[in-house]
Design a binder for this molecule. Structure first.
Ligand code: 2P0
Length: 323
């Protein structure tokens, strides 16, 4: 009889409010600073991955969004099997929407099930695929602690607050462009570490302070404080990219218009009711509260009507359960 086993899993995207950018060890994927994110629910954005192990396969194969990718083998010595992996995102891949996080997290989770790896070890394995993937292994609010050990044993993701903690928080995802970015996160952050002085200032004097403040704001469900830090973090991350030599630009003119719109909305409201954040791409994520979703959505639709292709509203409502 030929041994065959198939596992299919889906996994979530996470959106950082304290950004990971820069590694102190590229091989072990040890970050230069700790980071913090929220894991989205899987109603709108997710990766679905199937892994099939079979003695009848002659080689390992992987398909990403229906395209066959040439890969080196990942032969498992325990089973005399080759693997066929099929992974699909229901959102733009490599456009700064954390596709590598959900992609690797889901793959590692599926492999873990296939080979009976204890769940507790999976986050650290996911990190080796893509740093931010370790945060997608948990639901709710997740901190990736940079740790101090050289071998990375204390570098791990932990849930700080569960998915029920702040029921009124919402995310709006605005797809500004679905074309893959020009500079990958991996090469971009390596270049930043080598060349940016602002990056040194950030990791030595800024991130730890902000991490403490935002964790407290989340605990207290203090949206204005949470939102201000979120926007300052996004701004500093992109400033660090600009301070990299040669500079890296992830935001475009539409992204900047979204920053303006949120800034004016908050000024007009006389309180901070929305926070933008941008990752390694032009697409925007807006954190807000349930009570403001309708107002912000109508503003966004007015200024960025979907028909013009310049920013389109994609999803609301945050997360729950990692898997
Ligand atoms: C984050 N980003 O914290 C930050 C903000 C992008 C900007 O994590 O080299 O794709 O595979 O570890 O995980 C993107 O980094 O990079 C990222 P690698 P990864 O979400």
């Amino acid at each position: 009889m030929v041994f065959t086993k198939l596992i299919t899993c889906s996994g979530p995207v996470n959106i950082a409010v304290i950004k990971y950018w820069g590694k102190r060890n590229e091989e072990l994927i040890l970050p230069s600073n700790s980071s913090l994110s929220a894991t989205l629910n899987q109603k709108e954005l997710k990766t679905v991955t199937s892994v099939m192990a079979s003695e009848s396969f002659s080689e390992d194969r992987i398909w990403l969004n229906k395209r066959y990718k040439q890969r080196k083998g990942c032969h498992d010595p325990l089973l005399n099997c080759k693997l066929h992996i099929c992974s699909q995102n229901n959102f733009p891949t490599a456009a700064g929407l954390a596709s590598s996080a959900s992609g690797y997290a889901t793959l590692v989770f599926a492999m873990g099930k296939l080979f009976d790896i204890p769940v507790g070890e999976l986050s650290q394995i996911a990190r080796l695929g893509s740093g931010s993937a370790c945060r997608s292994m948990f639901g709710g609010w997740v901190k990736w602690e940079m740790g101090e050990a050289e071998d990375g044993r204390d570098c791990k993701a932990v849930q700080t607050h569960d998915e029920c903690h702040w029921p009124d928080i919402r995310l709006l995802v605005l797809v500004v462009s679905d074309t893959p970015k020009e500079t990958s996160s991996t090469s971009g952050m390596a270049s930043t570490v080598k060349t940016s002085e602002l990056f040194q200032h950030r990791v030595n004097h800024v991130v730890t302070k902000r991490l403490g403040l935002i964790e407290e704001a989340i605990t207290q469900q203090n949206f204005p404080v949470f939102a201000q830090i979120t926007m300052q973090e996004s701004n500093q991350f992109h400033a660090v990219c600009l301070d990299t030599y040669p500079p890296i630009f992830y935001m475009n003119d539409v992204s900047k218009s979204i920053v303006d719109l949120v800034t004016q909305y908050n000024a007009f409201s006389r309180e901070i009711k929305a926070a933008y954040t941008f990752d390694a791409g032009p697409n925007a994520v807006i954190y807000t509260l349930k009570e403001s979703v309708a107002e912000i959505t109508s503003l966004l639709l007015h200024f960025f009507p979907p028909s013009t292709q310049e920013g389109c509203f994609l999803s609301a409502s945050i997360f729950l359960k990692g898997f």
